[in-house]
Design a protein around this ligand. Structure first.
Ligand code: CA
Length: 365
């Protein structure tokens, strides 16, 4: 069971050697070419389909399921190159795991109050850099920057953030939480690479800047909301303002972080405090618009246990307690040529386990 059956069928963009980019869906360890179905499915990216709205998304999925059921020729994954599945418009990143926010505060600001005062009143976020969103497999060049007064050089504290990204299809503004599924097409796995030393020196008072803008990796697969079962959102106390209610659907996604092939953490997405519907409502609540191809990420997914944390800052307590990998070596932060792979499982609308695929990247000097 690979988790890529008829109940999943995530969309991606692939090409054969010297061939054009085409839309496909993943079936097992192969790709099914959708270009013969015509319409938006004959495009070279997901954007035209995503712009068409929910009714078209459902119709396209029905056509794809019928096509795949008929037993079309498949192309083994090893024969194709996978590309970014959509053209990324704007990129926003949130900070919606209470465990992550508390851990970071405890590690970096010992003695300070655990959560900022507004944390439980609004989903905190910042606007990131869409130009450096790259597809899984793209090498990650170690960033350089100012890491202290008078010191410019390669980051010594390069880290990952295991996150879930939501992809906007239909444009809008002031989007109610109840309209989440009208605007969001699907989700993808995200690794928000982070240089902790650059971050510590630069982030006050305006938040992350160059510590995160050098690269953000996404999975080559976008799992449509139509494939995903939903669960009840987590309880929130205090009750948020009316524009953030109802909280909207939540998703029981189970991530795994592997460091050079060693599983080191299993972040549980169901433990997030703010939902994707509330993030989108907040993002557009001031009148700001979202457009087709906008990507917004959940923020680092961390559960209550050490081996459920979504960053190495938390996993190794800022390198004070290194982890041992399968080859016997110890790690605090990323070394050159280290590879990190974040994979995910989810549940289909019928309750079966499906795969979210994975996002991986290797650090190069
Ligand atoms: Ca992040």
């Amino acid at each position: 069971m690979t988790g890529f059956g008829l109940d999943n069928l995530p969309y991606g963009v692939f090409s054969l050697p010297r061939g054009p980019r085409r839309l496909g869906v993943r079936l097992g360890s192969a790709v099914v070419d959708l270009s013969g179905l015509g319409g938006h499915l004959a495009a070279a990216s997901l954007n035209p389909l995503m712009a068409a709205g929910r009714r078209e998304w459902t119709a396209a999925r029905e056509a794809v399921v019928a096509h795949v059921t008929a037993g079309p020729p498949v192309i083994p994954l090893r024969d194709v190159t996978l590309h970014l599945p959509f053209e990324v418009a704007d990129y926003t990143d949130f900070y919606s795991s209470e465990h992550h926010a508390r851990n970071v505060s405890e590690i970096l600001r010992p003695g300070s109050p655990g959560l900022p005062p507004q944390w439980k009143h609004l989903p905190i976020g910042y606007h990131g850099r869409s130009a450096t969103v790259v597809v899984s497999g793209t090498p990650i060049r170690r960033p350089s920057g100012q890491i202290a007064e008078g010191v410019f050089g390669p980051s010594r504290r390069l880290d990952v953030e295991a996150e879930v990204g939501f992809v906007v299809g239909k444009p809008g503004r002031r989007i109610a939480t109840t309209d989440f599924a009208e605007h969001v097409f699907g989700l993808t796995l995200v690794n928000d690479w982070s240089a902790r030393d650059l971050q510590a020196w630069e982030y006050r008072p305006l938040g992350p800047f160059l510590a995160k803008s050098f690269a953000t990796s996404v999975s080559p697969w976008v799992v449509p909301l139509d494939a995903l079962g939903v669960v009840a959102p987590p309880p929130q106390d205090p009750a948020p303002l009316p524009y953030l209610r109802p909280a909207g659907p939540a998703f029981d996604l189970r991530l795994t972080v592997e460091w050079n092939g060693t599983p080191v953490s299993r972040p549980p997405f169901a433990s997030m405090y703010w939902t994707a519907a509330q993030q989108l409502a907040h993002l557009t609540s001031n009148g700001a618009s979202v457009r087709t191809g906008d990507l917004y990420a959940s923020g680092t997914v961390s559960g209550p246990a050490r081996d459920e944390t979504g960053s190495f800052l938390e996993l190794t307590r800022n390198a004070a307690e290194p982890v041992k990998l399968a080859d016997g070596t110890l790690r605090g932060f990323l070394a050159n040529v280290d590879t990190v792979r974040i994979s995910g499982r989810a549940f289909s609308t019928a309750g079966g386990e499906i795969s979210l695929g994975s996002v991986s990247g290797t650090v190069v000097p």
